[in-house]
Design a protein around this ligand. Sequence first.
Ligand code: PXP
Length: 240
Amino acid sequence: MTTNLSVNINKIATLRNARGGNLPNVENVAVDCERFGAQGITIHPRPDERHIRHDDVFLLRPLVRTEFNIEGYPSPEFLDLVLKVKPEQVTLVPDAPDALTSSAGWEVAENFEFLCEVIERLKDAGIRTSIFVGTDIENIKMAAKTGADRIELYTGPYAVEYKKDPAKAIAPYAAAAKAAHNCGLGVNAGHDLSLENLAYFKQNVGYLNEVSIGHCLISDALYLGLEKTIKAYKDCLKDK
Ligand code: PXP
């Protein structure tokens, strides 16, 4: 099956913000990522605006022609923003406002009613919903009960374990994706996916609708250029 590549452009905004001007231009980079083959653009507007700013979200909306995916903790401010902007997909992450990056998925049972309410509001607005989770099967079954359309599997632990034992690293992800599919959920994945570990992930995890990749992809682009990098990541996602 086709697995789409959504490029997370937070790091482009981090670089721009370092100097206070508009270089690199986040909006132009998003358009170019699509031109080079990205099938989605992901952003994570954080309350402190340390990378993507509030304004970026509105500027990007009409420019993104593929799939606009906005990640974030569903605070009232975040929900107001996404309900105004109406991206194709919202990915709900449980991280605190000051988190360096998302480093764990939701404990769905503990947040069940909250998630159900948020998902209902997003679905009423015609927005596809995805919940960021680990590989625990019971947690994934609970995720299905919230009404979410998809899960996004947190692949940080996979990336670490892959370096030591790829077969051991992948097993829980293959099982989690299968369980999600059996519950009617679509499957996304993201965090620390790279040119080193992505092809193995794709080849061994079924039902994968989308990967969202930022840090490694943007780092690779420093050496390969953005166009070649996006093509290289897409090659990893081809069915072999
Ligand atoms: N998915 C989620 C929920 C994230 O928070 C991030 C990081 O912003 C990613 C995917 C992408 O991770 P990485 O930058 O390591 O590719």
